[in-house]
Every structure is written in C-alpha cells, then in structure tokens.
Design a protein around this ligand. Structure first.
Ligand code: FES
Length: 162
C-alpha cells in the first residue's frame, strides 16, 4: 500500500526555495525586506520558524525581524485564506452601509475582521477605499470588485469562490 507523500514534497520544495533565497541574499546588506517578501511568497505567510531562520542566516536579532514584519502591513504572520475578502469602509462606502456589508461577511464566514477561516478558504479584511467609490458599497474578493452591494448579496458572492 502506498501512502501519499505530496505534503512532504511540497514542504521540501519550499525548503529548497528558502535555502536558495538565503544563498542569494546572505551577504547582501539590506536584504531583510526582499527576503521577507520572497519567503512570504513561498509560504503564503511568514511562519515563526522561518522568521527565526531568517534572523539566524542574516545574523540579526529576531526582534528586528519581527519589528519589520509588524511595521509593514504587507507582511502576514498568520496563514492567509485562498480568497482574500476586502470590505471597503472608506467614506463613500461607509455612508452607503459598508459596515452592514462587513457584518454580513462576518456572519456568513463565521470570522471576525482580520481573521481566516479554519479551512483556510477565506481571509476577511477591511480597506479604506478601493477606488470604486461610484459603485459603493464595495467589496473585493481577490482581484474582483463587487459593487452596489446590499448585505443580502454577500453570502452568495462569497460562496461563488472555491
Ligand atoms: S470608499 Fe469604497 S470604493 Fe472608495
């Protein structure tokens, strides 16, 4: 009987990619941010043990690595969902009931703003404006903009993503 080893292969691939990254940036001053960006591309987020390895490889304190990660909004310390849902709470959307759209999304997904569902299918976030104020209230799912929303539509839209 053969057992599936895909998980192990995926991990090995990520490990090899991370190693390559270290080889490329080890002696490059100012390499921390590009390493963090690329490590996040490899893992989808920045796991703790990866941050520890980055600190060790670059010979800098772990606290400095954490400091940079928490300063820049682009870095994520927790796993993210396959689908990133961003509900707009900018002025135009707020006036047209953006917070009700957020409530509908929270309720449908069973998570709070900033959280990820357990099955890693969705991450829910808010944004200040997605540049489609004429279509308020708006919500983005990945690269798709959904506009002129009412709360009743939210569940169906979210369910249409795999
Ligand atoms: S305020 Fe929501 S798109 Fe601009």
């Amino acid at each position: 009987m053969s057992s599936c080893t895909c998980g192990g292969q995926v991990e090995a691939k990520k490990e090899a990619a991370l190693q390559k990254l270290f080889d490329r940036y080890r002696d490059y001053k100012g390499g921390l941010i590009p390493i963090l960006q690329e490590a996040q591309n490899i893992y989808g987020y920045l796991p703790k043990d990866v941050l520890r390895r980055i600190a060790k490889e670059l010979r800098i304190p772990l606290s400095k690595v954490y400091g940079v990660c928490t300063f820049y909004a682009q870095f994520h310390l927790k796993p993210r969902g396959r689908n990133i849902v961003r509900v707009c709470l900018g002025t135009a959307c707020h006036v047209r009931g953006g917070s009700k759209i957020l409530e509908a999304a929270k309720e449908h997904l069973g998570i709070d703003n900033g959280e990820t569902t357990e099955d890693l299918k969705y991450t829910l976030e808010t944004v200040a404006c997605i540049g489609a104020c004429g279509l308020s209230s708006c919500m983005m799912v990945n690269d798709d903009t959904h506009g002129r929303l009412v709360p009743e539509q939210v569940g169906k839209i979210l369910d249409s993503y795999e």
